[in-house]
Design a protein around this ligand. Structure first.
Ligand SMILES: Cc1cc2nc3c(=O)[nH]c(=O)nc-3n(C[C@H](O)[C@H](O)[C@H](O)COP(=O)(O)O)c2cc1C
Length: 244
């Protein structure tokens, strides 16, 4: 799938059909996480794939009873090792980079899941200690996210996202240019609708014009044929007349 399409069509999927996900695909998803950027390339993360029903039940309970999670054939826990980052970057490494590294990995994994026609959801609401106990994490490993994975049993419409002109500034905080959306090749919903309407009208117009042209061509052809018939008749008449 094209990256652009993958980013635009990814959705959080929370309903799954009862179908196993082949281990190869789970491995591909974890591999995408492994390849994410990380501060100083520390890669202070671990990925725990859970397929066991009892363990998934415990994870679901730790995730504040989000019972839909149970139906996902696979849970992947993304776990940070903050102490490793602290050694290099102090508090910033421990508190910020560890979280950011894992977040980058999660997004890579969500996109890869979607690319493989799987549905996935990022779950961040959980009791850290309960979740840690569910998979036997040591104290130095902190859970950052659970990713649920399975074949989608729902189609989700694009959720409301702020238009680009609401979230993008130029050069400075609140720095605007007049038509930021137009500048970046985007248009507001209103303008988009207007453009679509215009395009449709144009298409309709050209289709009508093409039909008219066809009609005129037919009429001209008919007239030529009629004229030819008439002159042929005249010729024949003369030939017959002269022969007499
Ligand atoms: C940090 C984070 C935590 C999230 N936690 C949960 C969660 O606990 N449960 C859940 O159902 N969805 C969770 N989500 C998914 C969001 O609800 C979802 O991304 C958002 O509604 C936008 O929908 P989209 O992913 O389809 O674009 C989380 C997403 C992020 C980034």
């Amino acid at each position: 799938m094209e990256l652009d399409k993958c980013i635009k069509t990814r959705r959080s999927i929370r309903k799954y059909i009862d179908k196993e996900v082949h281990w190869d695909l789970v491995a591909k998803i974890i591999d995408a996480g492994r390849l994410a950027p990380s501060a100083g390339n520390l890669q202070n993360w671990k990925f725990i794939a859970v397929l066991d029903k009892g363990k998934k039940q415990k994870i679901t309970e730790a995730c504040l009873q989000q019972t839909w999670m149970n139906k996902a054939p696979v849970h992947i826990l993304v776990v940070a090792e903050p102490k490793k980052a602290e050694r290099y970057y102090g508090t910033r490494g421990e508190r910020l980079y560890s979280i950011q590294n894992c977040a980058a990995a999660v997004e890579n994994m969500l996109l890869m899941a979607h690319n493989l026609d799987l549905g996935a959801c990022w779950v961040g609401a959980f009791d850290e200690n309960m979740l840690g106990r569910a998979v036997g994490l040591p104290d130095e490993a902190r859970p950052q996210a659970v990713i649920t994975i399975g074949y989608p049993a729902e189609k989700i419409k694009e959720p409301a996202k702020f238009p680009i002109e609401n979230v993008a500034y130029f050069n400075s905080w609140r720095g605007k240019i007049k038509d930021v959306a137009g500048y970046m090749g985007y248009h507001s919903v209103k303008v988009q609708k207007g453009l679509q309407k215009g395009k449709k009208a144009l298409k309709k117009g050209t289709e009508k014009a093409a039909e008219k042209a066809k009609d005129v061509a037919k009429k001209i052809k008919k007239r030529i044929e009629e004229k030819q018939k008439k002159s042929n008749n005249k010729k024949k008449f003369k030939e017959v007349h002269n022969a007499k």
